[in-house]
Write a protein that binds this ligand. Sequence first.
Ligand SMILES: [Zn+2]
Length: 477
Amino acid sequence: MMMQFEPVIGLEIHAQLLTKSKIFCACSTAFGASPNTHTCPVCLGMPGVLPVLNRQVVEFALKMALATHCRIAPYSQFARKNYFYPDLPKGYQISQYELPLAENGWIEIDTGETPKRVRIHRIHMEEDAGKLIHDEHNRLSYVDFNRTGVPLIEIVSEPDLGSPAEAADYLRKLRDILRYLEICDGNMEEGSFRCDANISLRPVGSKALGVKTELKNMNSFRNVQRALEFEMRRQQALLQRGDRIVQETRLWDNDRGVTVSMRGKEEAHDYRYFPDPDLVPLVIDNEWIERVALSLPELPDAKRQRFAEDYHLPLYDAQVLTASRDLADYFETVVKEFPEPKVVSNWIMSELMRELNRDEKDISACPVPPANLAELLKLMKTGVISGKIAKTVFQQMYGTGQSAKTIVEEKGLLQVTDASAIESVIEEVLQANPSEVEQYRGGKQKLLGYFVGEVMKKTRGKANPQLVNEILRGKLG
Ligand SMILES: [Zn+2]
C-alpha cells in the first residue's frame, strides 16, 4: 500500500517598512531613485562610522508585534549576520538573533468552519541588502546600494500550516494586517513583501518532522501556492521511492513551474552571529508598548466581525468589504448617507468592484466619491430613477466623475411617475397588440410581462415599473 504523506509548512516573511529614512542612517528609502544616490558612509559600511537606530522602525515593528499578539521583549539586541556577497558592503547584515524584538504570537486564518490559529515564532528587525543587476549580454554585473539599510521586519511562523492553500491564506492575512497598520505596502511584485517557505512531509498521523527544503523566489501569492504544491509532489515521489530528501534551498522557476536546487541550506552557525558592538541593547518599557497599543487601528478580524454584526451583513460581504481599510471606509461613508447597508454592499461588490477590477484600480483611485454613490442610491430609492437606469447612470458617473443628479438631469433620465403619461403609452401598446390582448383576456396571464416590456421599451426604461404593472392590470382586467 502506498504511504500517505501530509505537508508541514512554515513561512518566513520579509516586510519592508514604510519609514522615510533607512534603519541606521538618514538616507532616503524612496523607491526609484538613480542608483547609488541614496547612500552615505554608514549604509556603505565605511570604516569608523556608527549606526544609529531609527526610532520609527521600532515603532512600526512594535505595531506588527502587538497586532499579532506577540510578547514584546523588554530587552533586545542587534546582531551581525556575517556573510560575503557583493550586495553587502559591510560583509555583514545587521539583524537580530538571540534576543529578537518579539516572540510567541499568533494570527487566525479562515479554513472553512472554524478559524485556525497559526503561531508566530518571532518578529525581528533588520536591514536590507543592496540590489544586484546582471547584464547578461555584456557579462557585467552592477550593484545599487540604495536599498542597503532599508528597514525590514522578518516574521517567522511556526510550522503550523497544513497545506499550500493555508500558506497562501496566512500570507494574505499577514499582508492585510501590515496594510491596515500602514507600515508596509505589501507589494510582492516589487519585493516590499517577500516570502520564503519551509516545507517537509511526514506520514499522515505522525508527529515527527521530516527533512525540510526552503523555497525562494516566489513573487506572488499564486506562485507561493504553486511552488509549495510542486515541492509537495516532488518530495512525495522521492519518499515513495524510498529516497531521502536533501536539506537544501530551492528556487522557484516560474516559467517552468518547478523548483530547482540552489545550494545546501546554511545552518545558523555558518553566519557566525554575534551581538553588534556598535549598537546599544534596545530597551522597551511598558509605557512605550502601551502608547503603541493605543495607536493601533481596528484590525481586519475585528472590523469584519463588526461589519457582520452592526450592519447585519452576510460574512461573505463583511469579508470582501474589509479586505482593505480604504474599501471599508468607503462603505461606511456611503452607509452614513444612505443607511441601507445591504443595498450599499451589493452596489459596491457588484457595480463598483466590477469597474475597478476591469481598470485594475484601487478603491483609493475610485472616480465615484462615496457621497455620489449615496446620492444615486437615494434617487433610486425615492423613485426618481428606476433601478435599471441607476446602473446606466452609475457607469456614466464612473466614466465622467459627474454626480448622479447632473447626469440624470442632463440626459433626461428622470423616471416617469406621472400616471397619465404612463397610461397613454399603455394605451398605445395595447392598441398595437390586439391579438395579445385577446389571448391575455382568454387566460394567457404570462403575457403581462410582454406588455410591461413593451411599455419600458417605449419609455426607454424610465417608466416606474410598479405603476406600469398596476395600470396594465387595471386596463386588461
Ligand atoms: Zn545611508
